[in-house]
Design a protein around this ligand. Structure first.
Ligand code: AKG
Ligand code: FE2
Length: 281
């Protein structure tokens, strides 16, 4: 068992659980080494001289900010490639995640959401790539009782913009969304879904924004409301996220555990009742 009764009760109440120092240092170090290699490979592809310092835990991403200053598109190449780091796949499928899911969701049959894993790189001031307030379910589908596993690769301080969570909001069940692009940044797919009556939903609830360290694990309920923070620091906020869903869930079974945008499917075809035309439903 990984969790105490108190932790399980706390998760049921709030929809979020923070496990400090959960992962082994070498598992996280291997992912950082992979990122360092990806950045080097992209530099080489674009003919940039590699003058980076030797790999160290707090400077695994050296060169990255200079690279995106030259060409923001090269940052997109890195974003796509870091998902494919073998050490990241090993972490995603570590048996601990199935065990945690069985403890938090007794009777569940854990499965991994294909296309639901990635490493976010939230750059200073780049608000248009922030995740707006959302529940994971419409963005992923599969089953409504899934879990997001989130873990930072850098120390998340206040100015780095910790993920914000509205504790207890998972009890509201799946909530309707509409499409919005507040920054005019060309948001599409899951990135363009905004909650109907967002302000009302968030009013009154004390928000949580846990400050975390590499090796810490944050678990989020697929239905708890959460959003990206605002990175006002001078460095990129690197964080890993992947999702598990439950093959034993009746709603998932009813739609064949269909995936959402990552599976090329618009969630509205499965849950038309969760889509509204306007901000106030
Ligand atoms: O890291 C973030 O800013 C957002 C994370 C998120 O929405 C998720 O992991 O599901
Ligand atoms: Fe999310």
């Amino acid at each position: 068992m990984y969790l105490t009764d108190e932790q399980r009760a706390d998760f049921a109440e709030t929809g979020i659980l923070v496990l400090a120092d959960f992962y082994a240092s070498e598992d996280i170090a291997a992912i950082k080494a992979g990122i360092h290699e990806v950045i080097g490979a992209v530099m080489q592809r674009h003919g940039l001289p590699d003058t980076r310092p030797l790999l160290a835990p707090d400077r695994f991403d050296a060169g990255y900010l200079d690279l995106i200053k030259q060409n923001r598109g090269w940052g997109g190449e890195i974003y796509d490639l870091v998902k494919e780091i073998p050490a990241f796949s090993r972490l995603i499928s570590h048996p601990a995640h199935s065990d945690l899911m069985r403890e938090l969701r007794p009777g569940s049959i854990p499965a991994i959401t294909a296309g639901g894993a990635g490493i976010r790189i939230d750059n200073p001031g780049e608000d248009r790539f922030r995740a707006m307030w959302h529940q994971e379910y419409p963005a992923q589908l599969k089953s409504p009782d899934g879990l997001v596993f989130w873990s930072p690769l850098v120390t998340v301080t206040e100015d780095l913009g910790p993920v914000m969570v509205c504790p207890g909001s998972q009890k509201l069940g799946p909530l309707p969304v509409y499409t919005a692009d507040p920054e005019g940044a060309g948001r599409t797919g899951a990135y363009a879904l905004k909650l109907v009556n967002e302000e009302k939903l968030l009013a009154g609830g004390g928000l949580l924004a846990p400050l975390t360290e590499p090796r810490d694990l944050v678990i989020l309920d697929f239905l708890v409301l959460h959003a990206s923070g605002y990175n006002r620091s001078a460095r990129s906020r690197w964080s890993m996220q992947f999702r598990y869903y439950n093959l034993a869930n009746a709603v998932g079974r009813s739609h064949g555990w269909t995936g959402s945008f990552a599976a090329g499917r618009d969630f509205r075809t499965i849950h038309p009742e969760l889509f509204a035309e306007t901000a106030d439903g």
